[in-house]
Structures are given as structure tokens and as C-alpha cells.
Design a protein around this ligand. Structure first.
Ligand SMILES: NC(=O)c1ccc[n+]([C@@H]2O[C@H](COP(=O)([O-])OP(=O)(O)OC[C@H]3O[C@@H](n4cnc5c(N)ncnc54)[C@H](OP(=O)(O)O)[C@@H]3O)[C@@H](O)[C@H]2O)c1
Length: 248
């Protein structure tokens, strides 16, 4: 998990500005998925802290690292980037349940540790976290792509889609602004509704692995495209998301 806190910013006013002035983000975990967005947020002026079970051993990540409980205690936004098979117990153990109203962005994967089957076949990690921590506001996102595509969408050969699932509209707005700070334009962000829709994102992991086999590469993403609407392109475009949860 990675928490973050706002830092001084010198860049021009833009969609990132409000976020940077309002939030601190903390990531639990110190792996690829914790580090990649943390670097992106740090570069856009956020105060980021990685949470580790062994912070004393994580001295060469180029980002500040603390123990998990300390990380959770001071987060304005908490990001879960730990193995999906252990996340619920980990979050319980670090006191996240006591943080009423804390937005928790869950990026955890939906597969078993050997990547062969769904870890939550009739549910999702995000739903289990929301059930275990009812005072937090869970938003599932980013788990449908690899850590490179998460933070460098412009490196892909065209625009692509990122999904948001969660029950709390404000937490989704916060998440949407953070995604914008990772270079994901609001037009690429699709709110697919409540936290129960997270299972769609997580179960996509099976197809993700199939695509990996077909392409021989992990760095790709999917894009939602629609049929042209009667009335022309403008009408068709109007059905595409132009912002995350804020319209709901
Ligand atoms: N890799 C991707 O491209 C990708 C894409 C989408 C989603 N995801 C999901 O994002 C999450 C993180 O993926 P990752 O690739 O960053 O994994 P990773 O490199 O293995 O890092 C996971 C981190 O979680 C922490 N952790 C806490 N409890 C743990 C435990 N019991 N066993 C192992 N690690 C534990 C570890 O940090 P400390 O040792 O410092 O505590 C570890 O560095 C997973 O749920 C994964 O499915 C990954």
C-alpha cells in the first residue's frame, strides 16, 4: 500500500491541482504496482509513502517507506497494492478499519498466487475489503492492465480505458483525479458503478493472461468502443465517459 500527502507544486493549474492540494496518498506494498503510481503521484506534487512489512529492508526504492500501520494511520488516501490473497487480513491488521471515511483504492489482482484461477470466483477482492472494512470507501481501478500501462498510457499505441468500481461517488471522484495525475485523461475513465462491479475488472485477469499468451507481452490495455449513434460522431462520442464518477 502507498499513502500520499500533498507537496508543493510549481506546475500550471490543471486537473491535478485540486487533488495535490487536498490529499495525501499512501500505498500498502512496495512492489511494482505500489511503486509505479507512487512515482507518478510524487512527480505531480503529491506526498507519497510506501508501506512495507519490513521498511528497514526497503531502502533503495527512491521513495519514502514506513511500516504498514504508520502508513495507514496518516493516509488521506490509501492504495492497496498487495497480493490479493492476503490483502484483507493485511488491511485488518494495520488498523484500516478504524479510519472512518478513508478512501481506499484497491489495485489488487483477482487471481490465485499461481495465476491459474480466480481467487474470488463468486465475488472480488474489492467487495471483500469493503465488507471487512465498512467504514472505508473502496474504489477498484487499474487492475486490468500491467504496472507500465497504469502509469504511461501515452506509451501505448492509442487511447485505452480504465475502469472505476465503488459505492461512494466522492471516493470515485478522488480516484479519478488521481488517475488524471497518472496521465489518464478523464475521457479514458469509465465508472462502471458499485463495488460489486469490481468482480468484472478482477475476473478480466483470466482474459488478460490469455492475451499475454497471444501477444507474448504484458504491456497493453483495452479500449471500450461504441457503435456510431444515429446523428453522427458527436452523438456517439457523447456516450463515452467524459469524466469518472462525478456525474453519478
Ligand atoms: N504487476 C502488475 O502489473 C499488476 C497489474 C495489475 C494488478 N496487480 C496486482 O497488484 C498487486 C501487487 O502486484 P505487484 O506486482 O506489485 O506484486 P509484488 O511485486 O509481489 O509486490 C507486492 C508487495 O506487497 C507486499 N506484501 C504484503 N504482504 C505480502 C505477502 N503476504 N506476500 C507478498 N507480498 C506482500 C510486499 O511488500 P513488502 O515486502 O515491502 O511488505 C510486496 O512488495 C497484486 O494484487 C497484483 O495482483 C499487479
Amino acid at each position: 500500500m502507498v499513502p500520499v500527502r500533498p507537496g508543493p507544486r510549481s506546475d500550471p493549474p490543471g486537473p491535478r491541482r485540486g487533488l495535490a492540494s487536498q490529499h495525501a496518498y499512501r500505498n500498502s506494498g512496495t512492489g511494482n504496482v505500489a511503486r509505479a503510481p507512487a512515482r507518478g503521484w510524487s512527480a505531480t506534487g503529491h506526498d507519497v509513502l510506501l508501506g512495507s512489512r519490513r521498511p528497514e529492508e526497503r531502502t533503495e526504492l527512491g521513495l519514502p517507506v514506513a511500516g504498514l500501520s504508520e502508513t495507514a494511520a496518516h493516509a488521506e488516501v490509501l492504495v492497496n497494492a498487495t497480493p490479493g490473497t492476503v490483502s484483507v487480513e493485511l488491511l485488518r491488521s494495520i488498523g484500516a478499519p478504524a479510519r472512518a471515511g478513508l478512501p481506499l483504492i484497491d489495485v489488487g489482482g483477482g487471481l490465485s498466487d499461481d495465476f491459474t484461477q480466480l481467487a474470488h470466483p463468486d465475488s472480488s477482492l474489492a467487495e471483500e475489503i469493503q465488507e471487512a472494512l465498512p467504514l472505508t470507501r473502496v474504489v477498484k481501478t487499474l487492475c486490468t492492465m500491467d504496472s507500465t500501462a497504469m502509469t504511461a498510457p501515452d506509451a501505448l499505441d492509442g487511447p485505452s480505458t480504465v475502469f472505476l468500481s465503488g459505492d461512494d461517488a466522492e471516493a470515485k471522484r478522488t480516484t479519478g483525479r488521481l488517475l488524471t495525475d497518472l496521465g489518464r485523461h478523464p475521457s479514458s475513465q469509465l465508472d462502471i458503478d458499485g463495488v460489486n462491479t469490481a468482480r468484472g475488472q478482477e475476473h478480466f485477469a483470466l482474459l488478460f493472461m490469455g492475451i499475454v499468451g497471444g501477444l507474448g507481452a504484458h504491456t497493453f490495455n483495452i479500449r471500450v468502443v461504441t457503435a456510431p449513434a444515429p446523428g453522427g460522431d458527436a452523438a456517439a462520442r457523447s456516450r463515452l465517459p467524459d469524466r469518472p464518477a462525478d456525474a453519478r
